[in-house]
Ligand binder design. Structure first.
Ligand SMILES: C[S@@+](CC[C@H](N)C(=O)[O-])C[C@H]1O[C@@H](n2cnc3c(N)ncnc32)[C@H](O)[C@@H]1O
Length: 304
């Protein structure tokens, strides 16, 4: 697939629009703009201005194409949402009307050859969303201690054979560095008992775990959520989509804690996470594990 495609389908499209209420107009920040699918929905539904952030420069190229009809209203920023405060300060933006984060990796990143995310092709083991910084997965695998690797695979991959897999990787790398997705996938497949997996490729969970570790996907999530909430204008809304239970747990606890503490007058719009309906999952399998949580800033005079 080249840079033109495939068309990325944003998950929970109607639910995101309902949570963020862009028909109010105003400034919306898409902290993970990706191919621009959600940002386009926000603009089509009434958002006046969008700042789209992504740490992946190739995602920003996709977003620029998707959002070309609104180019006068859109600014795309290469950056990490964990530096949200700085990104807004640099633009003189004190408060925003809505903020979206659709966490994790995109299907484009997973499907584009050469990025090293997939065990379905044999290619250099990279897995970085931002190829301009950090260490590729091959370097991480070369340096990580076996016990730490086992913990990463267990926690981020929820992989019950984590210890065996970490041992097999440690043994294999002592023979030759593991530099390709194909070799890593083979090592993992051979480390798992024959009947360990039947429905998914045995390498799936290890690849997911390594990707989360390489991109530090869970680091700084709570601080980001607190920054995002603090930057909401009165009646501003926040919507977060998580795909991993660890990620969703941080989102759930942080939103609840902020609501109880009351530093920002935040009210949860979702007591339970919003998930995709069966027809969306049938169209877009990636939506199966998506969980949306949202909140609104409700200042006293408004609530009254
Ligand atoms: C699930 S996709 C978003 C898709 C997007 N909502 C759309 O409709 O096309 C997640 C995107 O977030 C980006 N991303 C992940 N972590 C990030 C971070 N810490 N800062 C900025 N972007 C990040 C990824 O590079 C990826 O493009």
């Amino acid at each position: 697939m080249d840079e033109q495609g495939p068309l990325h389908q944003p998950v929970l499209p109607a639910e995101v629009v309902s949570a963020l209420a862009p028909q109010r107009g105003g400034l919306f920040v898409d902290c993970t703009v990706g191919a621009g699918g959600h940002a386009r929905l926000l603009l089509e539904s009434g958002a006046t201005r969008v700042i789209g952030i992504d740490r992946d420069t190739s995602a920003l190229r996709h977003a620029a194409r998707t959002l070309a009809p609104w180019s006068a209203q859109v600014e795309l920023v290469h950056g990490d949402y964990r530096t949200l405060a700085q990104i807004l300060d640099d633009r003189g933006v004190a408060a925003v009307d809505g903020l979206l984060a659709d966490l994790g990796v995109s299907s484009i990143q997973l499907d584009t050859p050469g990025r090293g995310f997939s065990f379905r092709r044999d290619e250099p083991l990279d897995m970085r969303m931002d190829v301009t910084s950090g260490e590729p997965a091959a370097a991480v695998l070369a340096g990580i201690d076996e016990a730490d690797l086992s913990r990463v695979i267990f926690e981020y991959g929820e992989e019950r054979y984590a210890r065996r897999i970490a041992r097999a990787i440690a043994r294999a790398r002592s023979e030759a560095p593991i530099t390709t997705t194909g070799r890593l996938a083979e090592i993992v497949r051979r480390a798992i008992p024959r009947r360990g997996y039947t429905r998914i490729d045995p390498a799936t969970r290890t690849f997911q775990a390594l990707r989360i570790h390489v991109n530090r996907e869970l680091d700084g999530l709570e601080v980001f959520l607190r920054t995002a909430a603090a930057r909401l204008a009165p009646a501003g809304r926040l919507a977060i989509i998580a795909f991993h239970s660890l990620e969703d747990r941080v989102v759930k606890h942080t939103l609840r804690a902020m609501q109880s503490a009351g530093d920002v007058p935040l009210r949860l719009l979702t007591r339970r996470p919003v998930t995709a309906a069966d027809d969306e999952v049938a169209r877009n399998p990636r939506a199966r594990s998506a969980k949306l949580r949202a909140a609104v800033r409700e200042d006293l005079e408004e609530a009254a």
